[in-house]
Design a protein around this ligand. Structure first.
Ligand SMILES: [Fe+2]
Ligand SMILES: [Fe+2]
Length: 174
């Protein structure tokens, strides 16, 4: 059985994951309109993954005798100025989510809720991977700079990154 404070903290995370899905959906749309199909597909996949993170939490809360709360969401940014700015936002957002997960882990230990603590370890591992992917992308974008040809190649290569990350998900049973 979940305590009221753990339930509230998990419900807050449900909202954060749902908002993350919206943030990445907005990025996917922005990239698609700019004609960069690879980047756009990558962001659509990210958006789907965040929805899965959200659903996993929803199921956990309900299974443990709580009631998952489906709330209103903040509207995401829809304009990003440049791809570098967009991916900087992606990394900053993942760091924000990692901090939120860490806080949840902290609360679960304080409350001696070891089932929730165990459940959250999947998110801890996922955040390490997502931050790493975001940093790799930013490194590449910084190398490209303003080179249009570089951006064209990157748009093609990022599809490979999507494949790798999907393969990792299969390995970890996500
Ligand atoms: Fe997530
Ligand atoms: Fe994420």
């Amino acid at each position: 059985m979940l305590s009221k404070s753990i339930e509230a903290a998990l419900n807050k995370q449900i909202r954060i994951e749902a908002e993350s899905s919206q943030v990445y959906l907005a990025m996917a749309v922005w990239a698609e309109v700019k004609g960069l199909e690879g980047i756009s597909n990558f962001m659509y996949d990210q958006s789907d993954e965040e929805r899965e993170h959200m659903l996993k939490l929803v199921k956990f809360v309900n299974e443990r005798g709580g009631h998952a709360h489906i709330s209103e969401l903040n509207a995401p940014n829809v304009e990003f100025n440049s791809f570098r700015k967009m991916f900087e936002k992606l990394l900053a957002h993942e760091i924000f989510v990692s901090e939120s997960i860490n806080e949840l882990v902290h609360i679960s230990l304080q409350e001696k809720d070891y089932a929730t603590h165990n459940f959250l370890q999947w998110y801890v591992a996922e955040q390490i991977e997502e931050e790493a992917v975001a940093r790799t992308i930013l490194d590449k974008i910084n190398m490209i700079g303003d080179d249009k040809g570089g951006l064209y190649l990157f748009d093609r290569d990022i599809q490979q990154l999507t494949v790798n990350s999907a393969a990792q998900d299969l390995n970890t049973g996500a």
